[in-house]
Design a protein around this ligand. Structure first.
Ligand SMILES: *[C@@H]1O[C@H](CO)[C@@H](O)[C@H](O)[C@H]1NC(C)=O
Ligand SMILES: *[C@@H]1O[C@H](CO)[C@@H](O)[C@H](O)[C@H]1NC(C)=O
Ligand SMILES: *[C@@H]1O[C@H](CO)[C@@H](O)[C@H](O)[C@H]1NC(C)=O
Ligand SMILES: *[C@@H]1O[C@H](CO)[C@@H](O)[C@H](O)[C@H]1NC(C)=O
Length: 397
Protein backbone atom coordinates (compact mmCIF):
# COMPACT_ATOMS: atom_id res chain seq x y z
CA UNK A 1 0.00 0.00 0.00
CA UNK A 2 1.00 3.47 -0.73
CA UNK A 3 2.35 5.03 2.37
CA UNK A 4 0.43 8.21 1.74
CA UNK A 5 -2.88 6.31 1.45
CA UNK A 6 -2.08 4.48 4.67
CA UNK A 7 -1.38 7.72 6.32
CA UNK A 8 -4.67 9.19 5.13
CA UNK A 9 -6.62 6.16 6.34
CA UNK A 10 -4.93 6.40 9.71
CA UNK A 11 -5.68 9.97 10.12
CA UNK A 12 -9.33 9.40 9.12
CA UNK A 13 -9.51 6.70 11.79
CA UNK A 14 -8.13 8.95 14.49
CA UNK A 15 -10.53 11.64 13.39
CA UNK A 16 -13.50 9.25 13.71
CA UNK A 17 -12.21 8.14 17.08
CA UNK A 18 -11.90 11.70 18.23
CA UNK A 19 -15.39 12.54 16.94
CA UNK A 20 -16.81 9.52 18.77
CA UNK A 21 -15.08 10.59 21.91
CA UNK A 22 -16.42 14.10 21.52
CA UNK A 23 -20.00 12.92 20.94
CA UNK A 24 -19.79 10.50 23.86
CA UNK A 25 -18.64 13.21 26.19
CA UNK A 26 -21.35 15.52 24.85
CA UNK A 27 -23.88 12.85 25.67
CA UNK A 28 -22.41 12.48 29.11
CA UNK A 29 -22.61 16.22 29.64
CA UNK A 30 -26.22 16.30 28.45
CA UNK A 31 -27.15 13.50 30.82
CA UNK A 32 -25.42 15.41 33.57
CA UNK A 33 -27.23 18.60 32.69
CA UNK A 34 -30.55 16.75 32.45
CA UNK A 35 -29.94 15.19 35.83
CA UNK A 36 -29.08 18.53 37.30
CA UNK A 37 -32.15 20.08 35.73
CA UNK A 38 -34.35 17.38 37.17
CA UNK A 39 -32.78 17.85 40.56
CA UNK A 40 -33.31 21.56 40.25
CA UNK A 41 -36.94 21.04 39.31
CA UNK A 42 -37.42 18.69 42.20
CA UNK A 43 -36.06 21.11 44.73
CA UNK A 44 -38.10 23.91 43.17
CA UNK A 45 -41.19 21.73 43.43
CA UNK A 46 -40.63 21.01 47.09
CA UNK A 47 -39.93 24.66 47.71
CA UNK A 48 -43.24 25.54 46.10
CA UNK A 49 -44.94 22.81 48.05
CA UNK A 50 -43.48 24.10 51.28
CA UNK A 51 -44.56 27.65 50.56
CA UNK A 52 -48.01 26.43 49.55
CA UNK A 53 -48.14 24.48 52.81
CA UNK A 54 -47.15 27.51 54.80
CA UNK A 55 -49.66 29.82 53.12
CA UNK A 56 -52.37 27.23 53.65
CA UNK A 57 -51.37 27.10 57.29
CA UNK A 58 -51.45 30.91 57.50
CA UNK A 59 -54.90 30.97 55.93
CA UNK A 60 -56.14 28.42 58.38
CA UNK A 61 -54.78 30.29 61.38
CA UNK A 62 -56.12 33.59 60.05
CA UNK A 63 -59.49 32.01 59.62
CA UNK A 64 -59.27 30.74 63.15
CA UNK A 65 -58.26 34.19 64.38
CA UNK A 66 -61.20 35.73 62.54
CA UNK A 67 -63.58 33.21 63.96
CA UNK A 68 -62.21 33.85 67.44
CA UNK A 69 -62.56 37.62 67.02
CA UNK A 70 -66.12 37.25 65.75
CA UNK A 71 -66.94 35.01 68.69
CA UNK A 72 -65.45 37.56 71.09
CA UNK A 73 -67.45 40.37 69.46
CA UNK A 74 -70.67 38.37 69.64
CA UNK A 75 -69.96 37.59 73.27
CA UNK A 76 -69.26 41.24 74.07
CA UNK A 77 -72.44 42.35 72.30
CA UNK A 78 -74.65 39.89 74.12
CA UNK A 79 -73.09 40.56 77.52
CA UNK A 80 -74.62 43.30 79.68
CA UNK A 81 -72.99 46.74 79.24
CA UNK A 82 -70.20 47.86 81.52
CA UNK A 83 -71.71 48.90 84.84
CA UNK A 84 -70.26 52.40 84.74
CA UNK A 85 -69.92 53.82 81.24
CA UNK A 86 -67.94 56.80 82.63
CA UNK A 87 -65.13 54.35 83.25
CA UNK A 88 -64.63 53.89 79.51
CA UNK A 89 -62.26 56.78 79.20
CA UNK A 90 -59.56 57.51 76.71
CA UNK A 91 -56.54 58.99 78.42
CA UNK A 92 -55.64 61.69 75.92
CA UNK A 93 -53.07 64.19 77.05
CA UNK A 94 -51.88 67.30 75.24
CA UNK A 95 -48.76 66.72 73.17
CA UNK A 96 -47.82 70.36 72.81
CA UNK A 97 -48.53 73.90 73.91
CA UNK A 98 -49.24 77.14 72.06
CA UNK A 99 -47.13 80.25 72.65
CA UNK A 100 -49.37 82.86 71.08
CA UNK A 101 -49.28 86.60 70.52
CA UNK A 102 -52.72 86.68 72.18
CA UNK A 103 -51.76 86.80 75.84
CA UNK A 104 -55.42 86.69 76.92
CA UNK A 105 -58.59 85.59 75.21
CA UNK A 106 -59.86 89.11 74.66
CA UNK A 107 -58.72 90.05 71.18
CA UNK A 108 -58.18 86.54 69.87
CA UNK A 109 -59.96 86.60 66.51
CA UNK A 110 -63.37 85.01 66.07
CA UNK A 111 -62.11 82.96 63.19
CA UNK A 112 -58.79 81.61 62.01
CA UNK A 113 -56.92 83.46 59.22
CA UNK A 114 -58.68 86.80 59.91
CA UNK A 115 -55.43 88.24 61.26
CA UNK A 116 -52.59 87.11 58.99
CA UNK A 117 -49.90 88.53 61.31
CA UNK A 118 -51.23 86.65 64.35
CA UNK A 119 -48.33 84.32 65.14
CA UNK A 120 -48.03 81.42 67.50
CA UNK A 121 -45.35 78.90 68.15
CA UNK A 122 -46.51 75.36 68.76
CA UNK A 123 -43.97 73.63 71.00
CA UNK A 124 -44.28 69.86 71.11
CA UNK A 125 -43.35 67.91 74.22
CA UNK A 126 -40.34 65.93 72.99
CA UNK A 127 -40.88 63.15 75.50
CA UNK A 128 -44.15 62.41 73.75
CA UNK A 129 -43.42 63.61 70.25
CA UNK A 130 -39.96 63.08 68.77
CA UNK A 131 -39.03 65.91 66.36
CA UNK A 132 -39.01 63.40 63.47
CA UNK A 133 -42.81 63.39 63.78
CA UNK A 134 -42.78 66.85 62.18
CA UNK A 135 -40.87 65.77 59.09
CA UNK A 136 -42.81 66.80 55.99
CA UNK A 137 -45.26 69.12 57.77
CA UNK A 138 -43.46 72.21 56.44
CA UNK A 139 -44.36 71.15 52.90
CA UNK A 140 -48.01 71.98 53.57
CA UNK A 141 -49.25 75.56 53.54
CA UNK A 142 -51.84 75.04 56.29
CA UNK A 143 -52.67 72.61 59.05
CA UNK A 144 -55.54 71.76 61.37
CA UNK A 145 -54.91 72.17 65.08
CA UNK A 146 -57.03 70.24 67.58
CA UNK A 147 -56.85 71.74 71.04
CA UNK A 148 -58.43 71.98 74.48
CA UNK A 149 -60.55 74.97 75.54
CA UNK A 150 -58.39 75.22 78.63
CA UNK A 151 -59.81 78.56 79.83
CA UNK A 152 -63.37 77.29 80.34
CA UNK A 153 -64.09 77.78 84.02
CA UNK A 154 -66.30 74.73 84.11
CA UNK A 155 -63.56 72.36 82.95
CA UNK A 156 -62.76 70.84 86.31
CA UNK A 157 -66.39 70.18 87.08
CA UNK A 158 -66.77 68.65 83.65
CA UNK A 159 -63.83 66.25 84.10
CA UNK A 160 -64.45 65.32 87.70
CA UNK A 161 -68.18 65.04 87.73
CA UNK A 162 -69.53 64.97 84.19
CA UNK A 163 -73.01 63.88 85.18
CA UNK A 164 -73.38 66.77 87.62
CA UNK A 165 -71.82 69.52 85.54
CA UNK A 166 -74.60 71.64 84.15
CA UNK A 167 -73.87 71.38 80.51
CA UNK A 168 -76.21 73.44 78.35
CA UNK A 169 -77.60 71.77 75.26
CA UNK A 170 -78.39 75.16 73.74
CA UNK A 171 -76.08 78.14 73.73
CA UNK A 172 -76.61 81.81 73.03
CA UNK A 173 -75.36 82.82 69.64
CA UNK A 174 -74.12 86.41 69.18
CA UNK A 175 -75.39 86.51 65.61
CA UNK A 176 -78.91 85.68 66.74
CA UNK A 177 -78.85 88.61 69.17
CA UNK A 178 -78.99 86.27 72.12
CA UNK A 179 -81.08 83.57 70.43
CA UNK A 180 -80.13 80.00 71.23
CA UNK A 181 -78.90 77.14 69.10
CA UNK A 182 -78.00 73.54 69.81
CA UNK A 183 -74.36 73.44 70.89
CA UNK A 184 -73.39 71.28 67.93
CA UNK A 185 -74.76 73.91 65.56
CA UNK A 186 -72.20 76.35 67.00
CA UNK A 187 -68.50 76.52 67.73
CA UNK A 188 -69.05 77.52 71.34
CA UNK A 189 -66.18 76.50 73.65
CA UNK A 190 -68.74 75.19 76.13
CA UNK A 191 -69.25 71.73 74.75
CA UNK A 192 -69.73 68.30 76.29
CA UNK A 193 -66.16 67.58 75.24
CA UNK A 194 -64.29 70.92 75.22
CA UNK A 195 -62.17 70.31 72.15
CA UNK A 196 -61.47 73.07 69.64
CA UNK A 197 -60.56 72.86 65.99
CA UNK A 198 -58.82 75.56 64.03
CA UNK A 199 -56.78 75.98 60.91
CA UNK A 200 -53.52 77.92 60.67
CA UNK A 201 -50.83 78.74 58.17
CA UNK A 202 -47.65 76.71 58.58
CA UNK A 203 -44.82 79.26 58.41
CA UNK A 204 -41.91 77.02 59.35
CA UNK A 205 -40.87 73.93 61.27
CA UNK A 206 -37.77 73.65 63.40
CA UNK A 207 -36.89 70.87 65.80
CA UNK A 208 -39.94 70.26 67.97
CA UNK A 209 -41.54 73.61 67.09
CA UNK A 210 -43.91 74.86 64.42
CA UNK A 211 -44.40 78.55 63.68
CA UNK A 212 -48.04 79.20 62.77
CA UNK A 213 -49.76 82.35 61.57
CA UNK A 214 -53.35 83.48 61.15
CA UNK A 215 -54.05 81.87 64.52
CA UNK A 216 -57.06 82.46 66.75
CA UNK A 217 -55.46 80.63 69.67
CA UNK A 218 -54.76 82.03 73.12
CA UNK A 219 -51.36 81.72 74.75
CA UNK A 220 -51.00 78.49 76.72
CA UNK A 221 -53.54 76.50 74.69
CA UNK A 222 -52.85 72.76 75.05
CA UNK A 223 -52.70 70.98 71.68
CA UNK A 224 -54.00 67.46 71.17
CA UNK A 225 -53.13 66.94 67.53
CA UNK A 226 -52.05 68.53 64.27
CA UNK A 227 -53.06 67.31 60.83
CA UNK A 228 -52.20 68.68 57.41
CA UNK A 229 -54.89 70.69 55.61
CA UNK A 230 -55.79 68.97 52.35
CA UNK A 231 -57.57 71.42 50.04
CA UNK A 232 -58.88 68.70 47.71
CA UNK A 233 -60.99 67.14 50.44
CA UNK A 234 -61.06 69.66 53.31
CA UNK A 235 -62.55 72.47 51.26
CA UNK A 236 -66.08 71.76 50.05
CA UNK A 237 -67.27 74.01 47.25
CA UNK A 238 -70.98 73.33 47.62
CA UNK A 239 -71.00 73.47 51.45
CA UNK A 240 -73.92 75.46 52.90
CA UNK A 241 -74.57 77.25 56.21
CA UNK A 242 -77.80 78.32 57.94
CA UNK A 243 -79.18 81.75 57.15
CA UNK A 244 -78.38 83.15 60.59
CA UNK A 245 -74.70 82.78 59.78
CA UNK A 246 -75.00 84.67 56.52
CA UNK A 247 -75.53 87.95 58.32
CA UNK A 248 -72.36 89.92 58.60
CA UNK A 249 -71.07 89.62 62.13
CA UNK A 250 -67.39 89.78 61.49
CA UNK A 251 -67.69 93.55 61.71
CA UNK A 252 -64.79 95.18 60.10
CA UNK A 253 -64.16 98.60 61.70
CA UNK A 254 -64.03 101.77 59.63
CA UNK A 255 -60.43 102.65 60.45
CA UNK A 256 -57.63 102.07 62.91
CA UNK A 257 -55.38 104.97 63.86
CA UNK A 258 -52.74 105.47 66.51
CA UNK A 259 -52.30 108.31 68.96
CA UNK A 260 -49.48 110.70 68.26
CA UNK A 261 -47.07 109.37 70.82
CA UNK A 262 -48.03 105.73 70.35
CA UNK A 263 -45.12 104.80 68.12
CA UNK A 264 -42.53 106.31 70.42
CA UNK A 265 -44.13 104.75 73.53
CA UNK A 266 -44.13 101.40 71.78
CA UNK A 267 -40.43 101.75 70.96
CA UNK A 268 -39.75 102.25 74.67
CA UNK A 269 -41.90 99.33 75.75
CA UNK A 270 -40.42 97.11 73.12
CA UNK A 271 -37.25 96.45 75.11
CA UNK A 272 -39.47 94.47 77.51
CA UNK A 273 -40.72 92.20 74.78
CA UNK A 274 -38.07 92.16 72.13
CA UNK A 275 -36.00 89.20 73.33
CA UNK A 276 -39.04 86.98 73.62
CA UNK A 277 -41.35 88.36 70.96
CA UNK A 278 -42.36 86.57 67.79
CA UNK A 279 -42.13 89.92 65.99
CA UNK A 280 -39.06 91.43 64.43
CA UNK A 281 -39.58 95.05 65.40
CA UNK A 282 -41.98 97.54 66.98
CA UNK A 283 -43.15 98.36 63.45
CA UNK A 284 -44.11 94.78 62.71
CA UNK A 285 -45.83 94.53 66.08
CA UNK A 286 -47.77 97.71 65.35
CA UNK A 287 -48.88 96.01 62.13
CA UNK A 288 -50.26 93.17 64.24
CA UNK A 289 -52.16 95.61 66.48
CA UNK A 290 -53.68 97.23 63.43
CA UNK A 291 -54.78 93.88 61.98
CA UNK A 292 -56.26 92.69 65.28
CA UNK A 293 -58.23 95.90 65.80
CA UNK A 294 -59.45 95.99 62.20
CA UNK A 295 -62.26 93.79 63.49
CA UNK A 296 -64.59 94.85 66.25
CA UNK A 297 -63.39 92.37 68.83
CA UNK A 298 -65.88 93.45 71.47
CA UNK A 299 -68.58 91.02 72.47
CA UNK A 300 -72.17 91.72 71.55
CA UNK A 301 -73.01 92.99 75.03
CA UNK A 302 -69.97 95.26 75.05
CA UNK A 303 -71.03 96.65 71.73
CA UNK A 304 -74.65 97.21 72.73
CA UNK A 305 -74.10 98.42 76.26
CA UNK A 306 -70.47 99.34 76.65
CA UNK A 307 -71.04 100.81 80.08
CA UNK A 308 -72.52 97.82 81.76
CA UNK A 309 -70.51 95.31 79.82
CA UNK A 310 -68.98 93.94 82.98
CA UNK A 311 -72.25 93.59 84.86
CA UNK A 312 -73.88 92.00 81.83
CA UNK A 313 -71.04 89.51 81.85
CA UNK A 314 -71.56 88.79 85.51
CA UNK A 315 -75.28 88.26 85.01
CA UNK A 316 -74.58 85.99 82.12
CA UNK A 317 -72.32 83.92 84.31
CA UNK A 318 -74.91 83.71 87.08
CA UNK A 319 -77.47 82.51 84.60
CA UNK A 320 -75.04 79.93 83.33
CA UNK A 321 -75.18 81.62 80.02
CA UNK A 322 -72.93 80.15 77.41
CA UNK A 323 -72.56 81.58 74.01
CA UNK A 324 -70.26 81.72 71.11
CA UNK A 325 -66.52 81.91 71.29
CA UNK A 326 -66.42 85.64 71.82
CA UNK A 327 -69.10 85.53 74.48
CA UNK A 328 -67.58 83.28 77.08
CA UNK A 329 -69.14 83.61 80.51
CA UNK A 330 -65.76 83.39 82.18
CA UNK A 331 -64.21 86.03 80.01
CA UNK A 332 -63.98 89.19 82.02
CA UNK A 333 -63.37 91.68 79.31
CA UNK A 334 -61.23 94.29 80.89
CA UNK A 335 -63.39 97.26 80.26
CA UNK A 336 -62.38 100.44 81.93
CA UNK A 337 -64.74 103.30 82.24
CA UNK A 338 -63.17 106.68 82.02
CA UNK A 339 -66.20 108.60 83.14
CA UNK A 340 -68.72 106.70 85.17
CA UNK A 341 -71.75 108.58 84.00
CA UNK A 342 -70.89 109.14 80.43
CA UNK A 343 -73.27 107.57 77.98
CA UNK A 344 -70.74 107.94 75.25
CA UNK A 345 -69.33 104.64 74.10
CA UNK A 346 -66.27 106.34 72.73
CA UNK A 347 -65.28 107.24 76.26
CA UNK A 348 -64.89 103.60 77.15
CA UNK A 349 -61.33 102.39 77.09
CA UNK A 350 -60.77 98.83 76.07
CA UNK A 351 -57.54 97.01 76.90
CA UNK A 352 -56.03 94.26 74.90
CA UNK A 353 -52.90 92.27 75.75
CA UNK A 354 -50.66 91.22 72.88
CA UNK A 355 -47.18 89.77 73.44
CA UNK A 356 -47.46 90.74 77.10
CA UNK A 357 -48.01 94.41 76.26
CA UNK A 358 -51.22 96.14 77.28
CA UNK A 359 -52.79 98.14 74.48
CA UNK A 360 -55.66 100.49 75.21
CA UNK A 361 -58.01 101.83 72.59
CA UNK A 362 -61.30 103.61 72.06
CA UNK A 363 -63.86 103.09 69.36
CA UNK A 364 -66.12 105.94 68.23
CA UNK A 365 -69.72 105.93 66.94
CA UNK A 366 -68.55 105.64 63.40
CA UNK A 367 -66.52 102.56 64.18
CA UNK A 368 -63.16 104.29 64.05
CA UNK A 369 -60.63 102.72 66.38
CA UNK A 370 -58.10 104.98 68.07
CA UNK A 371 -55.23 103.14 69.69
CA UNK A 372 -54.11 105.27 72.60
CA UNK A 373 -51.47 103.72 74.78
CA UNK A 374 -49.23 100.77 75.21
CA UNK A 375 -47.59 99.63 78.43
CA UNK A 376 -45.83 96.53 79.70
CA UNK A 377 -48.42 94.31 81.32
CA UNK A 378 -47.00 90.85 81.88
CA UNK A 379 -43.84 88.87 81.32
CA UNK A 380 -43.80 86.38 78.51
CA UNK A 381 -43.12 82.79 79.49
CA UNK A 382 -39.50 81.63 79.56
CA UNK A 383 -40.33 79.15 76.80
CA UNK A 384 -40.21 82.18 74.57
CA UNK A 385 -36.45 82.32 75.00
CA UNK A 386 -36.14 79.42 72.59
CA UNK A 387 -39.12 80.40 70.49
CA UNK A 388 -38.83 84.02 69.48
CA UNK A 389 -38.39 85.96 66.28
CA UNK A 390 -34.66 85.19 66.11
CA UNK A 391 -35.42 81.46 66.17
CA UNK A 392 -37.41 81.83 62.97
CA UNK A 393 -35.66 84.74 61.31
CA UNK A 394 -33.95 82.67 58.64
CA UNK A 395 -37.13 80.83 57.74
CA UNK A 396 -39.41 83.89 57.72
CA UNK A 397 -37.97 85.60 54.66
C1 LIG B 1 -46.95 19.60 52.71
O1 LIG B 1 -48.09 19.03 53.36
C2 LIG B 1 -48.33 17.69 53.04
C3 LIG B 1 -49.63 17.28 53.65
O2 LIG B 1 -49.82 17.88 54.91
C4 LIG B 1 -47.11 16.83 53.51
O3 LIG B 1 -47.31 15.50 53.20
C5 LIG B 1 -45.87 17.33 52.86
O4 LIG B 1 -44.73 16.64 53.38
C6 LIG B 1 -45.68 18.81 53.11
N1 LIG B 1 -44.53 19.29 52.34
C7 LIG B 1 -43.61 20.08 52.83
C8 LIG B 1 -42.51 20.43 51.91
O5 LIG B 1 -43.70 20.57 53.98
C1 LIG C 1 -44.04 66.02 78.63
O1 LIG C 1 -44.48 64.69 78.69
C2 LIG C 1 -43.97 63.99 79.81
C3 LIG C 1 -44.34 62.54 79.66
O2 LIG C 1 -45.69 62.37 79.43
C4 LIG C 1 -44.53 64.64 81.06
O3 LIG C 1 -44.05 63.96 82.19
C5 LIG C 1 -44.10 66.09 81.10
O4 LIG C 1 -44.68 66.74 82.19
C6 LIG C 1 -44.50 66.80 79.84
N1 LIG C 1 -43.89 68.13 79.82
C7 LIG C 1 -44.61 69.22 79.64
C8 LIG C 1 -43.84 70.49 79.61
O5 LIG C 1 -45.82 69.20 79.49
C1 LIG D 1 -32.06 91.19 75.25
O1 LIG D 1 -30.91 90.58 74.67
C2 LIG D 1 -29.82 91.45 74.55
C3 LIG D 1 -28.70 90.75 73.79
O2 LIG D 1 -28.59 89.41 74.19
C4 LIG D 1 -29.36 91.88 75.96
O3 LIG D 1 -28.27 92.77 75.86
C5 LIG D 1 -30.54 92.56 76.64
O4 LIG D 1 -30.21 92.88 77.97
C6 LIG D 1 -31.77 91.69 76.66
N1 LIG D 1 -32.90 92.45 77.17
C7 LIG D 1 -33.71 91.97 78.11
C8 LIG D 1 -34.82 92.87 78.53
O5 LIG D 1 -33.58 90.87 78.62
C1 LIG E 1 -56.99 99.66 80.86
O1 LIG E 1 -56.15 100.64 80.32
C2 LIG E 1 -56.14 101.86 81.04
C3 LIG E 1 -55.29 102.84 80.28
O2 LIG E 1 -54.00 102.38 80.11
C4 LIG E 1 -55.60 101.61 82.44
O3 LIG E 1 -55.61 102.78 83.18
C5 LIG E 1 -56.45 100.56 83.10
O4 LIG E 1 -55.87 100.21 84.33
C6 LIG E 1 -56.58 99.33 82.24
N1 LIG E 1 -57.52 98.46 82.83
C7 LIG E 1 -57.21 97.26 83.30
C8 LIG E 1 -58.33 96.50 83.91
O5 LIG E 1 -56.10 96.76 83.17
Amino acid sequence: MDASILEAKWSRFTLTLALAAVSMSTAAISVYIFKRKTNGLNSKLSELEASLNSSLEKCASERQGRIRAQQALRKALTQPKCENPEMNHYPMTPIGIIQSCFSTRYGAPRQPLLVPLARACLIFNTSRVPPASLEGLAEYSHCWVIYVFHLNTDLEKLWKNPSKSKFKAKVRVPRLNGGRMGVFATRSPHRPCPIGLTVAKVEAVQGNMVLLSGVDLVDGTPVLDVKPYLPYCDSIKEAGVPNWLMEDNILAVASVSFSEDFTSTLKNCWTMAENKSLYASPDEFQGLIKQVLSWDIRSLSQRNRPHDAVSVKENAELLGDTSDKDECPDETARVHEKEQNSQNSQDVIYNLTLEGLDISYRIDHNSNVIVEKVSPFMHLSNDRNCCNYLTWKDKLQ
